[in-house]
Design a protein around this ligand. Structure first.
Ligand SMILES: *[C@@H]1O[C@H](CO)[C@@H](O)[C@H](O)[C@H]1NC(C)=O
Length: 144
């Protein structure tokens, strides 16, 4: 009886406190070198579901100052790398779900073609700040 009550309490608390929210990001919509949306505000424990819909891209954390290309495995503590996901030629790959580890800013680009997609402006900001904005990250990628 006590156990049953504890389980009920746990389920009442878990969904918001531990499991987190999901944020959907589309990769390559309209065949563009783009993530949409370009900014995600996420808590620790939230997930981002990357759905790849064109070409052959990755979603990989990058250095804010020197974004292109992002490193294999992803940049920084709490970074991530979906690896290359091919959605060319009618392929419909499974989405890739990434769990966000913290509330720090993380900046994401595509590592395809030695950074050419990144330099084309393929960028996403997770938890950007007043000092590290999405707009400046995009500018850094375009200028690199
Ligand atoms: C996707 O891109 C990577 C990196 O360029 C490449 O190694 C891989 O073969 C590509 N996948 C397909 C199915 O073309």
């Amino acid at each position: 009886m006590l156990f049953t009550s504890l389980v009920a309490v746990a389920f009442a608390v878990l969904p918001t406190a531990v499991l987190g929210a999901n944020h959907d990001v589309t990769v390559g919509a309209n065949n563009a070198f783009a993530f949409s949306p370009t900014t995600v505000i996420a808590d620790a424990g939230d997930t981002i579901t990357f759905t790849f819909v064109s070409r052959n891209h990755s979603a990989t954390t990058a250095s804010f100052d020197d974004p292109c290309p992002p490193p294999v495995g992803g940049f920084g503590t709490g970074g991530f790398d979906t690896g290359f996901v091919n959605a060319a030629g009618g392929a419909t790959p499974a989405p890739v779900v990434v769990t966000i580890q913290d509330t720090l800013p993380h900046f994401v680009s595509c590592m395809q073609a030695a950074g050419a997609h990144c330099r084309a402006g393929m960028t996403l900001a997770i938890n950007p700040t007043a000092d590290q904005t999405y707009e400046q990250f995009l500018a850094n990628a375009l200028a690199s």
